[in-house]
Design a protein around this ligand. Structure first.
Ligand code: A3P
Length: 312
């Protein structure tokens, strides 16, 4: 296989030309109690044994917490703000998705990673407990991004509508209950954010918040630079800030997932770059949904030092 970064158009062509029925709303199968899409569960042994390299940078998130944003920021930092370089391929090729699997002939995330030159930028949605051990043996740097549970739920609801490979979200009313139970792909938001929070001092983990990134993007970009040991000028920070803004990414075909065909991501149902705000949950939660959510939240987060902001 060619270097995937030279092969990005082929990847979209493969997706477009798969036999009918290759993609469907895959059922969730529990792996160590965490519901994962069937093709991922079927490949679990290979994922678990994934061999990290010491200079891999892992970006870990619960789905819809700002993964793509952080991938663009880190790739921009690694390329010192040079847009020609960050435009070399779409996000999923520049920063492959570790555990993603689809039926053949679609290459899996690991297939792409194996032919990606170092330093690799690896994306995962796996819980801390399910993350391949080799990342810890190799002492890899990890950037975790967390987003408040309510905005995260709203974003995931719209994504589950447009992602034709994940279970149908049903109505918003039904979805809130499923989300609270963790009955969605990659499991419970609570277990995810808490698992990584509790592990943050055990390894080289930078724990970031979507709300902080919205509040002061340049401050947060500098935080990531420092963590990666990159000392870039303020001009470059400014360039990265502009290149990774919501409006720029929304129009950037290399960052807005427009190269993924509609049999996988149907952006006519909901755009991938949807709103990019803090507090959109207020437009969705009814008073009673909010009450149920808050009660469950208190129970699940009790005793933790992990705190979120629901508006900025
Ligand atoms: P919304 O659905 O609330 O708009 P992920 O990349 O983890 O799938 O997360 C997607 C969410 O991050 C979407 O949230 C998307 O709009 C938002 N997002 C992506 N890029 C962003 C940016 N540059 N600034 C703010 N939000 C961004």
């Amino acid at each position: 296989m060619e270097r995937p970064e030279d092969d990005s158009m082929d990847y979209s062509t493969i997706l477009e030309n798969v036999p009918e029925g290759t993609f469907y709303r895959f059922p969730l199968i529990p792996i160590h109690g965490v519901p994962l899409m069937k093709p991922i569960a079927d490949s679990w042994e290979r994922i678990e044994k994934f061999q990290a390299r010491p200079d891999d940078i892992l970006i870990s998130t619960y789905p819809k917490a700002g993964t793509t944003w952080m991938q663009e920021i880190v790739d921009s930092i690694m390329n010192e703000g040079e847009v020609e370089k960050t435009s070399r391929a779409p996000t999923h090729v520049r920063s492959p998705f570790l555990e993603i699997c689809s039926p053949p002939p679609v290459p899996s995330g690991i297939d792409l990673l194996e032919v990606t030159p170092s330093p690799r930028l690896v994306k995962t949605h796996l819980m801390y407990e399910l993350t391949p051990e080799s990342f810890w043996h190799q002492k890899c740097k990890v950037i975790y991004v967390a987003r408040n549970a309510k905005d995260n739920a709203v974003s995931y609801y719209y994504f589950d509508k447009m992602n034709k490979t994940q279970p149908d979200p049903g109505t918003w009313d039904e979805y809130v209950i499923k989300y609270l139970k963790g009955d969605v792909a990659w499991g419970s938001w609570f277990s995810h954010v808490l698992g990584w929070w509790n592990a943050r001092h055990k390894h080289d983990i930078l724990y970031m918040f979507y709300e902080d990134m919205k509040e002061d993007p340049k401050r947060e970009i500098r935080k990531v630079m420092k963590f990666l040991g990159k000392d870039l000028s303020e001009d470059v920070v400014e360039k990265i800030y502009r290149h990774t803004s919501f409006d720029t990414m929304k129009d950037n075909p290399m960052a807005n997932y427009s190269s993924i065909p509609s049999n996988v991501l149907d952006q006519s149902l909901s755009p991938f770059m949807r709103k990019g705000e803090v507090g959109d949950w207020m437009n969705h939660f009814t008073e009673s949904q909010n009450k149920i959510f808050d009660e469950e939240y208190q129970k699940k987060m009790a005793g933790s030092t992990l705190k979120f902001r629901y508006k900025i």
